[in-house]
Design a protein around this ligand. Structure first.
Ligand code: DP6
Length: 343
């Protein structure tokens, strides 16, 4: 077997990972909804022999050779080099395609790195001998070494990464599928991703994580994330939407508050992000419907709500929020079940 293809989804964190230490270990646990429609499809193909001592590969995005991706991929490969003997002396190609536009500002690192890790493991002698459970655990560990949040994309509908009180199997090394009770309202949750800003972010996540080292509020933030993990488990079990929304929005605003209070400080929200947040709060006051927001390390706003109010939510987006979006664009996503092999 010389070729492997996987589709792997993006994810949206409820409790955020923000702060890490070597080698790619999280400063606090995080929990995310795995997405369904926002994914990367990647094919890894082993080609002929290579005379190079180094990893010898080309990467193609939508069939176009994209050398700008190489350094990050190379760094990832070097981190798991001891497990990649089978790539030594071979040329290989990585073909990748995102279901969302590359310029949409949606981070492709979670879906992209997890898709690549799954392919590497599928082609490795080690991967061929693992049970299904051990395979996904290892794939999550490798994904983490590519990008922390990618570790959670390997599992759906919820992925948990980082040692968490009361969850014995949880680990900083890899994510696990969240096994606690989850009310069915959450497993069909919608995530409408509002595109406030497209293109490259001003500050990368990796740089932002670095600024949590020596951050004056870091220790308190990490404690709060642990508390939120404990509270979220009860909330998910009980299907308590109001408590869910409060925790979700507080996590998002805390993430951005950490950015604003680091040195150097920075702001990733845009005026449009804040205008949207105000309008969501107003809509909620008026309708009393359970629609909430979260943010990643960027200006885009994720609208999270139960399937039952999808129609009203999209009417609100179209009538009140579209004007704040680049070309009026948004992505309709929902909670999904994790990666699928394509070969
Ligand atoms: C704000 O996983 O992109 O989205 O590990 O440096 O690749 P690296 O960072 P990344 O950070 C994600 C940060 C976040 C929160 C989250 O997804 O938990």
């Amino acid at each position: 077997m010389n070729k492997s293809s996987w589709r792997s989804p993006s994810n949206i964190a409820l409790v955020k990972y923000w702060g890490k230490y070597d080698p790619q270990l999280p400063a606090n646990p995080s929990l995310s909804f795995t997405l369904k429609e926002s994914y990367t499809e990647t094919t890894l193909e082993l080609l002929g022999e290579s005379a190079s001592e180094d990893f010898d590969f080309d990467i193609f995005l939508d069939s176009v050779k994209t050398d700008s991706f190489k350094p990050k991929i190379k760094q990832f490969l070097q981190r798991i080099e001891k497990d990649l003997d089978f790539l030594k002396g071979r040329r290989f190609s990585i073909e990748t395609y995102n279901s969302f536009p590359h310029s949409s500002g949606i981070a492709s690192s979670a879906s992209g790195m997890s898709a690549l890790a799954l392919n590497l493991l599928s082609l490795s002698p080690e991967g061929k001998n693992l049970s299904q459970e051990a395979f996904f655990r290892k794939a999550s560990e490798w994904s983490r070494l590519g990008s922390g949040s990618a570790s959670r994309s390997v599992f759906g509908p919820l992925g948990l990464w980082g040692k968490t009180a009361g969850i014995a199997e949880s680990s900083d090394e890899y994510a696990i599928p969240y096994q606690g009770k989850v009310d069915s309202v959450f497993t069909s949750f919608r995530d409408t991703i509002l595109l406030v800003e497209t293109g490259q972010k001003a500050v990368s996540s990796t740089a932002g994580h670095g600024l949590m080292n020596g951050h004056p509020f870091a220790a308190e933030r990490f404690k709060q994330a642990h508390r939120n993990m404990a509270d979220l488990q009860d909330i998910l079990a009980q299907g308590d939407l109001a408590a869910f929304g409060e925790l979700l929005e507080s996590e998002a605003l805390t993430l951005h508050a950490m950015m604003m209070s680091s040195r150097p400080y920075f702001i990733l929200m845009k005026p449009g992000s804040l205008e949207i947040i105000e309008k969501i709060w107003q809509w909620r006051r008026e309708t009393r419907k359970p629609m909430y927001f979260t943010l990643d390390a960027g200006a885009n706003v994720h609208l999270l709500y139960p399937e039952a109010i999808e129609q009203e939510a999209l009417e609100f987006v179209n009538s009140s929020l579209k004007g704040h979006l680049i070309n009026g664009a948004y992505i309709c996503d929902q909670v999904g079940n994790g990666p699928t092999p394509l070969t």
